[in-house]
Write a protein that binds this ligand. Structure first.
Ligand code: GLY
Length: 347
């Protein structure tokens, strides 16, 4: 078992890494409240719900289960009333806690419910997708989507603990693994040239799997360090959005259906580096190097959507309300910085 401690004062918590922990999860959750509600989706429930519920019951908890349909649509604001009603029906009190068992959609939604139900109750993150294990389960960004855009209603609300079982990746469909790889590559780009070189040298998923535990741990450690410095996303935490500005706009252009988050971020990383190289803001050849690694993991590196139309979405992005835009650029692989500009940067 390995652990990382996220030091956020009274909101501090551990990230626990252990293969097989999903079957014995009750051992890792120690709290006074005796009721837990596990929030998950139908895909994850089919594989893990029985295991997790029975392990929690064995540890002495009374457990209820809330199974939602899989997919981004579940993260809609409209899903919330049904979940709150279920918690009221199950008599979940302030002493009790929610367990987010699933990928980023479930983690973000469950965290938002935890932040708001009874003015805030505890929650535990058990991420089962690569993207959630390396990124969304850590750092306390919780949110739901509005028809106008993703994550527009949310909070900073830290989990009580994050439990990561890399065995869960064995049941993850290949396209979701690929999706998570965009965030893994992102960490190499913004903070760790050694990690980037390792991802390159592994040559693809097969080569990476033998070292995936170390890679997940390294990504979480980078995220820990960034979040500890800037929990509320006012400075350094924005570096985690490398490739996301154009990426989000691209997802939005396609109505959040055609292109997954990871695929859009991969295109966004290559795109912004290409532009920054031309402006002399990034070392030449960086975009090509990122594209090569993305391709090794099955990620797209460009898209035929008309850039002018995509950029319209950037202007309305929540992080860029108004004229100003903070672009995340690379000086070179492994070294990132924030650059104040406007949406014209992408023209
Ligand atoms: N996924 C970006 C962040 O947590 O800040």
């Amino acid at each position: 078992m390995r652990k990382l401690h996220v030091n956020l004062g009274k909101n501090s918590y551990d990230i626990v890494f252990e293969r097989g922990l999903l079957s014995d999860v009750g051992r890792y959750i120690k709290r006074d409240g005796k009721k837990l509600c596990v929030i998950t989706d139908d895909n994850v429930a089919a594989v893990y719900a029985d295991k997790v519920v029975s392990s929690l019951e064995k540890a002495g908890y009374t457990v209820s289960l809330c199974v939602l349909p899989h997919g981004e649509k579940t993260k809609a604001f409209d899903t919330l009333p049904g979940v709150y009603s279920k918690l009221i029906e199950d008599k979940i009190t302030r002493k009790d806690a929610l367990v987010a068992l699933g990928g980023g959609v479930i983690g973000d939604l469950c965290g938002f419910v935890a932040a708001t139900y009874l003015r805030g109750i505890g929650f535990i993150q058990i991420p089962t997708s690569l993207l959630a294990q390396v990124d969304s389960s850590i750092g306390g960004k919780v949110a739901v989507d509005m028809p106008e855009g993703k994550n527009l209603v949310g909070a900073f609300y830290q989990p009580e603990t994050v439990l990561i079982d890399a065995d869960a990746l064995n049941t993850l469909s290949p396209e979701f693994f690929t999706d998570g790889m965009a965030e893994v590559i992102k960490y190499g780009c913004i903070k760790d040239k050694k990690l980037f070189a390792e991802l390159d040298a592994c040559g693809g998923k097969e080569g990476l799997l033998p070292v995936i535990d170390d890679v997940i741990y390294r990504c979480c450690d980078i995220k820990r360090e960034v979040v500890e410095k800037d929990e509320k996303d006012k400075g350094d935490r924005m570096l985690l959005n490398f490739g996301h500005t154009y990426g989000h706009a691209l997802e939005k252009y396609y109505g959040f259906e055609k292109l997954s988050h990871g695929n859009a971020v991969a295109v966004g990383m290559c795109q912004i580096c290409g532009i920054a190289e031309k402006k002399g803001l990034t070392e030449k050849g960086t975009a090509v190097r990122i594209a090569e690694v993305c391709k090794k993991y099955g990620l797209p590196v460009n898209d035929c959507a008309p850039a002018k139309e995509v950029i319209k979405g950037i202007v309305n992005d929540k992080k860029n309300m108004g004229d100003k835009l903070v672009a995340v650029l690379l000086k070179e692989i492994g070294e990132s910085y924030l650059y104040s500009t406007t949406a014209e940067f992408f023209d």
